[in-house]
Design a protein around this ligand. Structure first.
Ligand SMILES: [Mg+2]
Length: 251
């Protein structure tokens, strides 16, 4: 699908119809609210973005749906949205129910097996996130060979995981875990809202952009011919301007 540049006259007038107090404003975290940096653990949301999100959350419902664990994301955000969903849609706040013991015990089992198989693989970092696992290989000398080692290891896991590739990372989730698309729909239901604006840049965010019969205004960070999002921003640094104009329309 061909995306429309959001800051074009058409993009802005289309968006204006969605910027309303009864719209859910939902965001991915890495690469969307915060720039991607070399060191995964050094990612931070800038102070102006954090402050503008805080203003947005005073006039509308804000949700962050991230691949990170909720605990990890909380520290990076330094801001509390009305809803924070972790692990690619699978990890919800305890009071919202749905955190599934079975999901975490499957991931625990995979984790032990992967530690065993991949212990000698150079440049692989295994991140255990409770309800999902991430295998990072940014630091591998031979990226291609490392990825085949990772895939061979994944092939030995029981039950078979859902595999989601990313930028130098492979994410594993139990088949029954909620996707980001499921999570957005559940969040809209939870807040009783019929419409949402969702901004993201990940492969997993496509689950949101591809939703049918759900009224979502999808914005992709970066121009990308592969995305199902109908609108795009040129780069992550344009997000602050977008947040400011949305808040300006609502306040
Ligand atoms: Mg992202």
């Amino acid at each position: 699908m061909k995306s429309t540049y959001l800051f074009s006259p058409k993009g802005l007038s289309d968006m204006a119809r969605y910027v309303a107090p009864d719209t859910l404003f939902a965001f991915d975290l890495d690469g969307t609210l915060a720039p991607i940096v070399e060191d995964y653990s050094a990612v931070r949301v800038s102070e102006p973005v954090r402050a503008t999100l805080g203003r947005l959350a005073k006039v509308a419902k804000v949700a962050v749906i991230t691949g990170r664990s909720r605990q990890d994301a909380m520290a990076i955000l330094a801001f509390e949205p009305q809803l924070l969903v972790g692990n690619h849609g699978a990890e919800w706040p305890a009071q919202a129910g749905s955190l599934d013991c079975k999901t975490s015990s499957i991931c625990q089992m995979w984790h032990e097996k992967l530690l065993d198989i991949l212990s000698t693989a150079q440049g692989v970092e295994i991140e255990f996130k409770g309800d999902s696992l991430s295998l990072h290989y940014r630091k591998a000398d031979d990226v291609e060979n490392t990825l085949s080692l990772i895939d061979a290891a994944i092939g030995k896991l029981v039950p078979t995981p859902r595999r989601i590739g990313g930028k130098f990372v492979v994410n594993l989730l139990p088949m029954e875990a909620l996707t980001k698309g499921d999570a957005l729909v559940a969040a809209m239901e939870m807040f009783g809202l019929q419409r949402a604006i969702f901004i993201g840049d990940d492969v997993t965010d496509e689950e949101v952009f591809k939703l049918v019969n759900v009224d979502v205004f999808g914005i992709h960070i970066g121009k990308d011919d592969q995305t199902a999002a109908p609108y795009y921003l040129k780069r992550q640094s344009a997000l602050l301007g977008l947040l400011n104009s949305m808040v300006g329309m609502l306040e």
